[in-house]
Design a protein around this ligand. Structure first.
Ligand code: GDD
Ligand code: MN
Length: 380
């Protein structure tokens, strides 16, 4: 018999994770949260006590080494698990990934930056387990809630407007549909997962709006704290994602959100093209040269804007990736332009009205550009 084992006290090998059956998965989407992880794990362990739990850190390849830190913590506590995603971004999709990767019957999502108090997990779990509600939501706006350092009137106003819209859309009356802190049976989340919006939308709202039978929600007033370390990632994207989500839920089935964005960017590109062309002509440049520069400039602009908005969840950021993305975008669009001209000319030759022929050409060119660039520029 191994001496080291026999000299240990009897219960020393019973690490806490073996003490209770797995009940709750806490999904922590992370993006540059390295320094927040270790103290958060302590707070979670402390708050949950005897409950069987695991944490899923779903990290989008953070530059600050968040996933390495998570792995380091996991070495001494197997209740901590890590999902590292390469080349993907998004809080919602990270949450879904977490739901799909756990065997725990209940799952919670929370910020990894200490804005959400893990102490609420116990009453939230108890309430959903008891069938009092289908989803427990920690709310910043319910009676008794408070917010430290939420001295951001712009965001507060935006939040209020978004909440009203959200309530109209889901038909569910809850005080904080934008909350990033909630708990539900994992099976519910997994059932809805295939039908959730691909982009935008807050995950909670998405779940509520997608469910065919209205989900019963219970609010838990929370003290929304200040972030412990690092900075918020949602500030700039929050409004845009919200609008994209609204569009997706309303018209997304008719014209997919991404294609609609791509088309809008294309239209803005036409304006850029005209502006450039006009500038060059005004400076006395030959038409053919002005047109060539404007075409190139507009394509470059479109590449940049698509990378910034349409494909913000798959954005190319490394300079080499951006360069090759730009090259392949221009290549794709050039073939698209060729198809556009060929089709429009053929139709025109067969007697179709000029404007109609041009529109059909543009339509075919756009679909082509979209198909090619989503596959070869931002595809993986
Ligand atoms: N994996 C992954 N990928 N995680 C992300 C990403 C991403 O692209 N973006 C943000 N996160 C992580 C952050 O690291 C953090 O743990 C959590 O998601 C929330 O992001 P924050 O940057 O802290 O967001 P916030 O505090 O501004 O927004 C909070 O309040 C909103 C309401 O106004 C969040 O709780 C939101 O969920 C909430 O809607
Ligand atoms: Mn936060």
């Amino acid at each position: 018999m191994d001496m080291t084992l026999s000299t240990l006290p009897e219960d020393a090998l019973l690490t806490p994770h073996m003490a209770a059956p797995l009940e709750l998965a806490i999904v922590l989407p992370t993006f540059n949260e390295r320094d927040n992880l270790a103290p958060l794990m302590d707070r979670i362990a402390d708050a949950l006590g005897p409950v069987g739990w695991e944490v899923l850190v779903v990290d989008d390849n953070s530059a600050d080494g968040t996933s390495d830190e998570a792995r380091r913590l996991a070495l001494s506590d197997p209740r901590i698990r890590v999902i590292e995603r390469i080349g993907r971004r998004g809080l919602s999709s990270a949450a879904i990934e977490g739901f799909c990767a756990t065997a725990a019957p209940y799952a919670a999502v929370m910020d990894a930056d200490h804005q959400h108090d893990p102490k609420l997990l116990v009453p939230m779990l108890a309430s959903v387990k008891a069938g009092e509600a289908d989803v427990a939501v920690a709310s910043r706006f319910a009676d008794g809630a408070s917010m430290a350092e939420w001295n951001r009137p712009d965001r507060e106003k935006l939040s209020g407007m978004a909440n009203t819209l959200a309530r109209k859309l889901t038909g569910v009356d809850l005080s904080d549909p934008m909350s990033g802190y909630f708990l539900l049976p994992t099976a519910t989340a997994r059932e809805l997962a295939p039908k959730l919006s691909a982009i935008g939308f807050k995950i909670l709202l998405d779940l509520l709006a997608t469910s065919e039978k209205p989900l019963r929600v219970k609010d838990f007033p929370m003290n929304f704290s200040a972030r412990r370390s690092g900075e918020s990632k949602l500030d700039r994207a929050i409004a845009f994602d919200f609008l994209a989500g609204l569009y997706d839920k309303s018209f997304g089935r008719v014209i997919p959100t991404r294609f609609a964005l791509f088309g809008t960017v294309g239209l803005i590109g036409v304006v850029v093209h005209m502006a450039l062309l006009y500038l060059f002509l005004a400076a006395g440049t030959q038409f053919s040269i002005g047109q060539a520069v404007a075409t190139f400039g507009a394509m470059t602009f479109n590449f940049w804007l698509n990378n910034f908005l349409t494909y913000r969840d798959r954005r190319l950021t490394e300079s080499k990736a951006v360069f090759w993305g730009w090259v392949s975008f221009i290549a794709a669009c050039s073939i698209g332009a060729f198809a556009n001209v060929a089709v429009a000319t053929t139709l025109h030759d067969r007697g179709l009205h000029e404007v109609l022929a041009a529109l059909v050409g543009i339509g075919i060119g756009s679909v082509w550009n979209y198909a090619l660039s989503s596959r070869f520029v931002w595809g993986r």
